[in-house]
Design a protein around this ligand. Sequence first.
Ligand code: ATP
Ligand code: MG
Length: 152
Amino acid sequence: MAIGKAVGEVLAAGDVVLLRGELGAGKTRFVEGMTRGIETDAETRSPTFVLVNEYAGRLMLAHCDLYRLSGPEEIGELGLDDYLDRGAALAVEWPERARDQFPEQALEIDMGFGEAPNDRLLKATATGEAACHLLAAMRAAAETGRYAGSDR
Ligand SMILES: Nc1ncnc2c1ncn2[C@@H]1O[C@H](COP(=O)(O)OP(=O)(O)OP(=O)(O)O)[C@@H](O)[C@H]1O
Ligand SMILES: [Mg+2]
């Protein structure tokens, strides 16, 4: 959540964050951090039963989970491009359900479990300048441990 918040703090219009990782890896928690970073008070729910959650803060963050969607056609109907056109940023869980529907320029995060129950391993790959900016924020947050031990 802390690293997600750091990403949210520097998030800009049109940014795309793709979150991969098995069930329970912490993708939704990461997005919850992002919503705090854009300064919205709205509580983050898992979007598994909602098509797209919208969070309004410093900018709009649209959050969706493609796990239950049947295929590329249904995902196309979510109108994710429209969000980007309207200046929102996008966070997507299970993007591998429709990888070719997202811009190539994105921050891609692979999340997995570590040894201890609360450990998580994050691997991030940035494509494009905007995503590099997000990646730098992730790295800074992880390195400084600026959020370690905070209640968020
Ligand atoms: N770094 C972490 N340390 C400890 N617990 C975590 C961590 N990240 C997530 N969790 C816990 O794991 C559980 C699942 O997290 P979350 O809902 O974010 O997973 P998810 O990757 O979104 O799963 P799904 O694929 O089902 O959407 C939550 O109870 C959350 O509190
Ligand atoms: Mg989730």
